[in-house]
Design a binder for this molecule. Structure first.
Ligand code: 13P
Ligand code: SF4
Length: 307
């Protein structure tokens, strides 16, 4: 079966819109109507006038789309496409953590469950975390969850201490320092650019730090020719497309995987076959408890109003 053709037909028939994160594979990016980072996809979800949103990313992203666009039926190709960061903050433990800092304003990275969003005052993404924290009055304590590396980076950029949850992303944590140093020695003319979910040692030696969209824009605009990119390798597809001629190398992971790059196993659960089947059956769908949805929407809107 030609999945691409069949997906295009179903999209028209069902008035469906496909959103995809930069980390999904290239063949899925090719059939998407909107490709973006977490912030751009949240903003797009809110504005869409579609009966069906098919979200090619991970579960928390599809949940966010449902919260921002409750009228749409939001479907996801694989319900098991989770996120190690979101999983690192179970709601009961998160509520306990909040109790330890009762006066604190809660800023949660968008990579968390709808329940954690509902317990937060603000959501942020890697594009706007510094801006969101800067919007909070200096006399307030802040809880930042769930990514400790992004939290530490934000502390440094805003010059303020926060109560940081001890979570991290398996993909960014798994970038091998040793192999990265070897790669940098082999390519002394390359710039190292990294996502703020990377551990501090990588951030410290980076020439540029930013969200996936910021990394893409940096490669496109830079006068340099060669880049080592420390984030999930899916972004390289778009970089190579939009910055032809530039040499773009993925940062290596500890694993001896075939491509020797860093791949998110959850993002890679999205396949063309699953996209086709999800569109055909209009499932699996995202459902959120109404109270949770309302509280999570307030925290998301607090972020979007800053942007
Ligand atoms: P951004 O989309 O904000 O770059 O974050 C990447 C990510 O972790 C998605 O899981
Ligand atoms: Fe979660 Fe990391 Fe995968 Fe992003 S790359 S979805 S943060 S596990």
């Amino acid at each position: 079966m030609n999945y691409k053709e069949e997906i295009e037909k179903l999209k028209k028939e069902k008035k469906a819109v496909i959103l995809a994160h930069y980390y999904v594979s290239g063949d899925i990016q090719d059939i998407a109507d909107v490709i973006g980072d977490s912030l751009a996809l949240a903003q797009a979800s809110k504005k869409l006038d579609a009966e069906i949103i098919l979200f090619c990313g991970v579960h928390f992203m599809a949940e966010t789309a449902k919260i921002l666009n409750p009228k749409a039926k939001v479907i996801i190709p694989d319900f098991n496409a989770g996120c190690s960061l979101a999983d690192s903050a179970p709601i009961d433990k998160f509520i306990q953590f909040k109790k330890q800092h009762p006066e604190a304003i809660v800023v949660s990275y968008i990579n968390c469950s709808a329940e954690v969003k509902a317990e937060s005052d603000y959501i942020c993404t890697s594009s706007n975390a510094v801006e969101v924290v800067n919007a909070i009055s200096m006399d307030k304590e802040i809880i930042f969850a769930p990514d400790k590396h992004l939290g530490r980076y934000v502390e440094k950029m805003t010059n303020r201490k926060m109560h940081i949850w001890d979570g991290s992303c398996i993909v960014h944590n798994n970038i091998s320092q040793e192999k990265l140093n070897q790669l940098m020695n082999q390519h002394k003319d390359a710039l190292l650019i990294s996502h703020p979910e990377c551990p501090e040692e990588i951030i410290e030696k980076s020439d540029f730090v930013g969200s996936t969209k910021a990394l893409l824009d940096f490669v496109k605009k830079s006068t340099q020719q060669k880049f080592i990119v420390a984030t999930e390798a899916g972004i390289l597809y778009k970089m190579k497309k939009e910055a032809p001629g530039k040499i773009i190398i993925a940062a290596p992971s500890h694993e001896n995987n075939t491509c020797a790059c860093s791949e998110c196993p959850y993002m890679k659960m999205n396949t063309l076959e699953k996209v086709y089947k999800a569109l055909l059956s209009e499932s699996p769908t995202i459902h959120i408890n109404q109270q949770v949805e309302a509280a999570a929407l307030r925290a998301l809107n607090n972020m979007l109003s800053i942007n």
